[in-house]
Design a protein around this ligand. Sequence first.
Ligand code: GTP
Ligand code: MG
Length: 650
Amino acid sequence: MPEKAHVIIGTAGHIDHGKSALVKALTGTDPDTLPEEKARGMTIELGFVFLDDPAYEKQIVFIDVPGHERFIKTMAAGASHVDAALLVIAADEGISVQTREHFDILRLLGVGLGAVVLTKSDLVDGARLAEVAAAVRAHARGSFLDGAPIAAASSVTGAGLEEVRAVLRDLGRRAAPRPDNGIFRMPIDRVFTVQGFGTVVAGTVLGGRVRTGDEVEVFPDGLRSRVRGVQVHGERTEASGLGRRTALNLQDLKKEHVRRGQVAGAPGSLTPTVRLDARLDVLPGIGKDVKHRDRVRLHIGTDEVMARLALLEGQTVGAGGSALAQLILERPAVALPGDRFVIRSFSPLVTIGGGQVLDASPEKHKRFSGEVAEGMKRLGGAAREAVEQSFLQAAGLPLGLKDAALKLGRSEAEVAEAARELVAAGRLVAVSREGAGAYLHVSAYEGLKREAEAAVREYFEGNPERPLMPYADLRAGFLKRGDAATLKLIVDELCAAGILTREKAQLGLIGHEARLRPADRLMADRIEAVFRAARYAAPLEEDVRRTLGLNPSALNKLMDALVREGRIVRLAPKVIYHRDAVEAAREAVLGLIARRGSVTIAELRDRLNVSRKYAQAVLEYFDKTGLTRRVEDRHVLAQRTERQDRADPE
Ligand SMILES: Nc1nc2c(ncn2[C@@H]2O[C@H](COP(=O)(O)OP(=O)(O)OP(=O)(O)O)[C@@H](O)[C@H]2O)c(=O)[nH]1
Ligand SMILES: [Mg+2]
């Protein structure tokens, strides 16, 4: 059975103008249920009443709000996510203080649809009705109620109620579809306990779906719970979704831990924050300017929290003005970009403005920065601009599409589409293919690439004698700004561009030739001379070091350079020959093999007139380098010739 969609209609208007009486007259149900409300004849808490007309395609849900000025906080929570508003004005009293304030709040919250009902029509004549209607029309000019239906009715006599019902059905049909980012989110506006069931939270679902058995998180407090049951309009269902009034029975959650203002949502999907970037609109009628550092009451979602205003572009905003601001909250809250809010001042206690969240987890900003302002405006812009901005903010850290979608409060599909366009336009670079992929903004990527190349050049300037740089050295520095996958991509690109070369775990720089500094070069020449003079009687490194007065690391560096340049040869760990000596030894070995077919350590020892240790090192070196090979205690040429085969004793 397809469930009917909900159209959520919020009442608004001055105290005692007949909001609750109208809801009761239309539905037969009194929205005021508390004994205190009955006793005082006024609404204190939000009232929820369903109107299910079998002949109508939607279920109408009324959220009846209190009109008393002390309960504006409750009104703002109730009005925060309605599809349409019903502004109720008593025909005898006409437009009053909270008529204006509620109307301002509806506009600031971005309510786009509504109608006006002039109640208590039984108490006035036609002329008075016409007079009030004209005043309402004038007051509504330029707003969402400009040209909206104005119906007159009496909850006492029932006159005009049919016309009001027709207006409501029409609102239901015209209600705009809600945007859905696909991620479950429900600001809590009601908390109660059901005997034997435990804690129930209720609200309007603003995104995604929720099912029995789902895990949910209660933000910003980070409470995790499981949905034991879902109710819509007092009836158990398996699931609920976007735009529906929903009650969730939450497992193992104490009533005292949940409150109106929290948000039930998909675990991890929202980021508690004490800062919100926003576009702030100040109401036209306010008596004094809004100032930088003003302390205000912030009403966002169903929540109310104290905040300070950091005006980013000036010291004040006057009546009717707009500005970019950062709200600094006195306790954490959660929001998403695009969310609307209202701010009220302390004295006088009135609504002064509101606006729209641009960034729901921003950094602290420099004031008067054009760049900050531009970035904030982009976040509030079209999907492509907002997505690009979120990658700009992520700087060198690759951002996945899912995280970008969560941060922006947009659907992953929408973000993916924008990202595809941005990649095609060369604005984003895919740096990882894992999962849905991760991307960097091209400016961050190019910056990292320049830094990586600069780091390699700097390395070789500091180490001119080294032909290669260990990859690990580059990586260690790079990871402070970027990640390993990005570095790999950058190195691949620099190699393809003919700037770097890769040799196993080391990197070369095209155009760089290992060379010693002049002073080192002189010392290297002296070391070489020592080995050349020693010929077959290789000196110990330690002796050379002491003779020349070098420290161990300086000697090592120079020895490495000499080995690399082929000027000396390390035959064995402790046997180092000058290359001339190696050449001479090679001639001697070849000569002996030519005469006898093979050579032994003893024969070479006698021939070179050295100790056995050196002769052994020489022959093992030639074995290792492929000139000879060992057969028992003799060494023969590795490349056999026919003649040798015959001469071979084997
Ligand atoms: N004569 C007449 N009285 C009405 C009508 N509608 C409401 N009233 C009376 O006006 C008083 C206030 O009505 P409510 O419906 O409680 O007003 P409200 O706007 O809900 O008030 P709050 O919730 O406190 O803001 C009650 O005594 C109602 O009986 C009407 O159409 N005609
Ligand atoms: Mg009421």
